[in-house]
Design a protein around this ligand. Structure first.
Ligand SMILES: [Ca+2]
Ligand SMILES: [Ca+2]
Length: 194
């Protein structure tokens, strides 16, 4: 089964890349790719994946099954390699050696894969939530019922205790999980298929 594009963020993409052996995580999360006719016919459902970012395999993330209408709803990822590196004066060097655009530092998104672009921030861009510890986290983590800031301040000023109930299922991705090898025609875009 495929992974849905909806909810597929840098967090999930990093985990997918760690899983594939790319220790510096993902380069881009969305890129259009071509998929064979045969696969299109078989894909009426996809898995919505939600990761925390600390996982080393997608199998450790939370899955929700969804219907899909089009192969354009499917997620893909390009993992980071040094070759993909475009060194400029504008780039930010992560602790793990990866380079990301400077503008992606302190935006709440773990672009480095090791979170180093979101540490020691004086403020956060793009409405990301600024923890007292100096870490930027995605704004959707504020008041989501889980402590994301070490200091807990993302959950300390929340109105009400209601957490949206969602139907979740944990899929065992270890069985029958198959990644198309990078040598395939769509070399850059890896499709995740169960
Ligand atoms: Ca970032
Ligand atoms: Ca939270």
């Amino acid at each position: 089964m495929f992974v849905c594009k909806e909810g597929w963020t840098m967090t999930e993409a990093n985990v997918a890349c760690f899983d594939l052996g790319y220790q510096q995580g993902a380069l881009v999360t969305q890129r259009s790719f071509n998929i064979s006719e045969e696969l299109r016919l078989n894909s009426t459902e996809c898995l919505n994946v939600r990761c925390r970012g600390v996982e080393t395999s997608l199998a450790e993330c939370i899955f929700t099954k969804r219907r899909t209408n089009s192969y354009q709803d499917l997620a893909d990822v390009v993992c980071y390699t040094q070759d993909a590196d475009s060194l400029t004066n504008q780039s930010f060097q992560c602790v793990n050696g990866k380079h990301i655009p400077q503008k992606r530092a302190c935006d709440g998104v773990n672009d480095c894969g090791d979170q180093s672009d979101e540490l020691c921030c004086k403020g956060c861009k793009d409405n990301a939530f600024h923890c007292k510890s100096g870490v930027c986290i995605p704004s959707r983590y504020e008041c989501n019922g889980e402590v994301d800031c070490i200091t807990g301040d993302d959950e300390s000023n929340c109105k009400g205790e209601e957490i949206e109930e969602i139907e979740i299922l944990t899929a065992d991705m270890d069985t029958g999980t198959e990644y198309l090898p990078p040598e395939e025609a769509n070399a850059d875009a890896k499709i995740l298929e169960e």
